[in-house]
Design a protein around this ligand. Structure first.
Ligand code: PLP
Length: 452
């Protein structure tokens, strides 16, 4: 019965807004969308629903057109307090980094031209010189991301050979990155040594054969082994390797260039100290604690980096010009000693409790829902500092009328979506990760999400 009430394609297209849409967009596409909506409506009717009218169908189609046209990824406000949130795009960039990539996008650049000679140049020249200054390494290479940096490193140095890894470090980082899989993909064989909780220098030493290409150390970045544990220091591994001509490759993960203990957290291994300890190659990400764009960075000994740079995979995983521009601008902040004030992730990490409390309190005004400002903890995230948190102050919502899940849903559906977190049935919003310029949109979203 309801099937007969279903409007025709032409009736839906006759809607005023639909007619306008069919004119501005490809008409065949719009007609297809209408047909798909009608099919979906038929399915709903079969399951007992009433037939939608032409106006309803037109609204659904227009919504789909709007969804398709919207730029992705959409901007969201991170009120979770997790500074490096992989689902939310990791590190926000500094002003200078944004300007640099805008500039690189706008016109032509000397990306691979040496302006002094007029000949072909290297896109790596500038970023390399900054990385050498900052880390003390002999050579450097920037590529697409850390996973590709490792794949390149292992393919170039260890394909067809063996790589010795501690059992406690043959880990999964998340998002499909597993150390054994990367090794297999590179064509090298994993030789795991030691046990899950304890590995000694002699384990590496005993595993060496004439086919050993490298010792690989991986920072177990997203979990912690506690209790009866032992692991091998980079310096000790370098010493064993040096006797046998085997380089130590070190994946330090987040690539913190500043000392995290200064902010009351555990020590996160830095590329600088790994270089100082004698590692042959050190790998890290650009968009974690470094606070820049997605990138993978390799620093280390010149003879080894050269092998990577010449390998065919280097071209396949090369860094693009926009990321290169913003990475370079981000690194300049470290050289100028202004990382803590200019780079968003470090500004967030170093925000004082008093400032956070003040911001959370200011968010309380005008809310139609009981709220408190409470002491809480923010996390660094992004596969660094497992279990480490920073003391923070959050706005905690306790809307009796509306469930926490419902408030979260409304926040996500705001014109600028807000992502918060739930603890004990309350919605918590942490000011640490909310950029100052986002505060207006946050308050709009918050006030309407809790309005009854
Ligand atoms: C995050 C991480 C990676 C992967 O880095 P991407 O830049 O995301 O490719 C590899 N190793 C460790 C230890 C990590 O923490």
């Amino acid at each position: 019965m309801q099937f007969r009430n279903l409007p025709s394609v032409d009736t839906v297209l006759a809607d005023k807004d639909m007619a306008a849409a069919a004119k501005s967009f490809d008409r065949d596409w719009v007609v297809d969308l209408v047909r798909e909506e009608l099919d979906a409506a038929r399915e709903q009717i079969r399951q007992g629903a009433d037939s939608p009218d032409a106006d309803n169908l037109a609204r659904s189609v227009l919504q789909r057109i709007e969804d398709t046209m919207r730029a992705e990824p959409r901007q969201v406000i991170n009120a979770t307090g997790v500074v490096i949130h992989t689902n939310l795009g990791r590190a926000p960039l500094s002003r200078a980094a944004i300007e640099a990539s805008n500039q690189a996008a706008q016109g032509y650049s000397d990306l691979e031209l040496d302006l002094s000679t007029g000949r072909r140049g290297s896109r790596q020249a500038q970023v390399q010189s900054l990385l050498l200054q900052i880390t003390g390494a002999e050579a450097a290479l920037a590529v697409n991301n850390n996973a590709s940096a490792m794949l390149l490193g292992l393919s170039a140095l260890a394909s067809g050979k063996e790589v010795v890894v501690s059992r406690s470090e043959a880990v999964e980082i998340g998002g499909g990155f597993r150390v054994p899989d990367v090794l297999r993909q590179s064509g090298s064989a994993l030789v795991d040594v030691g046990t899950t909780n304890r590995t000694y220098v002699r384990d590496y030493d005993d595993a060496v054969t004439e086919n050993t290409a490298a010792f690989l150390k991986v920072h177990a970045s997203n979990f912690r082994v506690e209790g009866f544990t032992a692991s091998v220091e980079t310096t000790d591994l370098v010493e064993v390797g040096a006797k046998k001509g085997i380089p130590v490759l070190h994946d330090v993960g987040s690539g913190s260039l500043l000392l995290t203990e200064k902010y009351g957290m555990a020590h996160e291994p830095t590329p600088q100290e790994s270089i100082k300890d004698g590692a042959g190659l050190v790998f890290f990400s650009g968009d974690k604690l470094l606070g820049g764009p997605q990138a993978g960075i390799v620093v280390g000994k010149k003879d080894l980096v050269d092998v990577l740079a010449r390998h065919p995979l280097a071209r396949a995983v090369r860094i693009d010009k926009l990321s290169l521009a913003s990475l370079t601008a981000t690194l300049v902040h470290y050289l100028k000693g202004e990382a803590e004030t200019e780079i968003p992730v470090w500004r967030m990490i170093s925000t004082t409790e008093a400032a956070l409390k003040k911001r959370a309190k200011s968010w309380q005004t005008g809310l139609e829902c009981p709220s408190t400002v409470e002491k809480s903890r923010s996390a660094v995230g992004g596969g660094s500092l497992p279990g480490e948190t920073l003391p923070s102050w959050v706005l905690s919502l306790d809307c009796q009328e509306t469930s926490a899940e419902e408030v979260m849903r409304r926040l996500r559906e705001s014109s600028t979506p807000v992502i918060a977190r739930i603890e004990e049935d309350r919605v918590l919003l942490d000011p640490r990760t909310v950029l100052p310029e986002e505060e207006g949109s946050l308050l709009d979203a918050l006030r309407s999400a809790v309005a009854s």
